[in-house]
Design a protein around this ligand. Structure first.
Ligand SMILES: Cc1cc2nc3c(=O)[nH]c(=O)nc-3n(C[C@H](O)[C@H](O)[C@H](O)COP(=O)(O)O)c2cc1C
Length: 491
């Protein structure tokens, strides 16, 4: 046990004081989570579209050989070989290395190869995050990106993930699903389909681990499950279930990435940003009464944030922004440095945009030239939907299930798929934008440009500023260990 862990259950688990938050896409990658876990925090990898992330890393020559090394340990050998054969391109190989082969988009009925790829990609990320130390590692998923969830969690569990942490939606099915997957049982996850009446609401994502292991799978143990919540009501309902979560992350509205919308009638400021008030405050006394451990997130990334959280009865804090700008994160180095310098100069600006994310949740965007926060960059990008992680299933006129995303081309969304045209206004392709932010941009050969990046962060840069002041300038960055050491002064 390290100084940064508190000795308390669930089970015999030692609770981390500092959780490094899941940050997608591939910002909290295995390298960040590994560095955090080595220093005594809970390192959390992002589980968002890892099947695409891994395929792209392989196509980009698999620098360091990390993906292939992890795949060597993947228990299902034929699948591992097939993945390497399909995607791996040696650096300096044939063709334009910038033009990346896409993986198939998820539907309710993914083919076996996509299932294998997803299981393997989640295995690889957790395997690498856990490699070389015995600290705990978690994985983060968004409930809204539901089609890959069972396959993804199974892969992470095969690599021994210690925590599964799910936000952006109600994760009530997760505890049972995780227990069943630990027993290699078939699982079903109800799928929300627009246009289906509730009595027909029996559409399910089905995953049978036997389809991918095809024999005797290795034993796996059940990770703890933490639900990310922004409201007391949801936590109370989840805690009352027969299979409750093992704890909660309470995320306040200043957190990076997606935020829960304000409660009550829609309220915005002059820039169209959501306005939060006392209705959005969670009742911590109620959380203490629930008796499950909880962590506070959103502007807790300072020593005083940690000590405040501990005084409130929290097991600790979950921190995103301070880790996003450290040396080991997956954010492209030039973007990291440019923003770190803005922080030092006092010019950094983050806007909460209610239109940007196809999910409909407010999404925080750092204002940075050359990225999608700039109007001209947004307008110059040709709409294309080739990754489709945020597509919503809907009932088509013929009764089948279709998939649409309000960030896809207008004609496809509204004329062909019957979506409301107004719903496409201001939407950003988070799939392509966030992959670019992690150095995995698609190159559009015909149009001759690379997909532009899009940086998200929380609105509180207090911790980043203090850490950067110690470093001096945006030319160098602090490390994940520096963040842990800095925060732990608040224990
Ligand atoms: C770059 C970035 C990406 C994020 N992506 C995700 C995500 O994919 N899933 C998630 O649950 N939270 C995401 N978050 C939120 C963090 O996990 C965390 O809750 C939040 O950043 C905490 O607030 P803080 O930034 O003030 O420390 C992201 C945050 C950042 C800064």
């Amino acid at each position: 046990m390290t100084a940064f862990m508190a000795a308390a259950p669930p089970g015999d688990r030692i609770l981390p004081r500092i959780i490094q938050g899941g940050m997608g896409v591939a910002i909290s990658d295995w390298s960040l989570a590994n560095a955090v876990a080595r220093r005594g925090g809970l390192g959390v990898v992002s589980g968002t579209i890892l099947e695409v992330v891994m395929a792209r890393r392989l196509q980009l020559g698999d620098p360091g050989g990390h993906v292939r090394r992890a795949l060597d340990h993947f228990p299902f050998r034929t699948a591992a070989q097939r993945i390497v054969d399909t995607y791996y391109e040696p650096a300096g190989g044939n063709g334009d290395p910038r033009q990346l082969k896409n993986v198939r988009t998820f539907t309710i009925d993914p083919d076996l190869q996509l299932q294998e790829l997803t299981v393997a990609a989640n295995f690889v990320e957790v395997f690498l995050a856990k490699e070389g130390h015995d600290g705990p590692v978690g994985i983060n998923y968004l409930r809204k990106i539901e089609l890959p969830i069972p396959f993804s969690i199974y892969g992470a569990m095969l690599a021994g993930v210690d925590y599964v942490i799910v936000g952006a939606g109600n994760p009530k099915e997760m505890p049972r699903l995780i227990t069943d997957l630990a027993n290699h049982e078939e699982v079903r996850l109800p799928l929300r389909v627009q246009g289906l009446k509730s009595q027909d609401d029996d559409v399910e994502i089905r995953f049978d681990p036997a389809d991918v292991h095809g024999g005797t799978p290795p034993p796996i143990s059940r990770p703890a499950f933490l639900a990310i919540v922004a409201s007391t009501d949801l936590a109370v309902a989840l805690a009352a279930m027969a299979d409750p979560p093992d704890g909660f992350v309470i995320e306040e509205p200043s957190a990076g990435g997606h935020n829960a919308p304000p409660r009550g009638p829609r309220r915005t400021d002059e820039l169209g940003q959501p306005v939060y008030d006392e209705r959005d405050e969670v009742n911590l006394a109620e959380f203490r009464r629930l008796g499950l451990p909880f962590w506070l997130a959103g502007s807790y990334g300072t020593p005083s944030g940690l000590s405040r959280a501990l005084q409130e009865g929290a097991a600790g804090v979950l921190v995103g922004t301070a880790f996003a700008f450290c040396e080991e994160s997956g954010l492209v180095a030039d973007l990291k440095r440019a923003i770190a310098q803005q922080v030092l100069d006092g010019t950094v600006e983050v806007r909460s945009d209610w239109r940007a994310s196809p999910t409909g949740f407010p999404f925080r965007i750092v204002q940075l030239d050359g990225t999608l926060s700039e109007n001209t960059v947004y307008e110059d990008r040709r709409r294309v939907c080739d990754l489709g992680a945020l597509r919503t299933p809907y009932k088509t006129e013929s009764g089948s299930i279709g998939y649409r995303c309000p960030a896809e081309p207008l004609r496809a969304y509204s004329e062909i798929k019957g979506g409301r045209a107004a719903n496409t206004d201001g939407r950003l392709c988070l799939c392509n934008g966030l992959l670019a932010t992690a150095g995995l941009a698609q190159y559009r050969a015909r149009a001759g440009y690379e997909e532009p990046a899009l940086v998200t962060a929380g609105s509180d840069f207090g911790g980043v500023r203090e850490l950067m002041q110690r470093v001096g300038s945006g030319d160098s960055l602090y490390s994940a260990a520096d963040v842990i050491d800095y925060l732990s002064a608040g224990c």
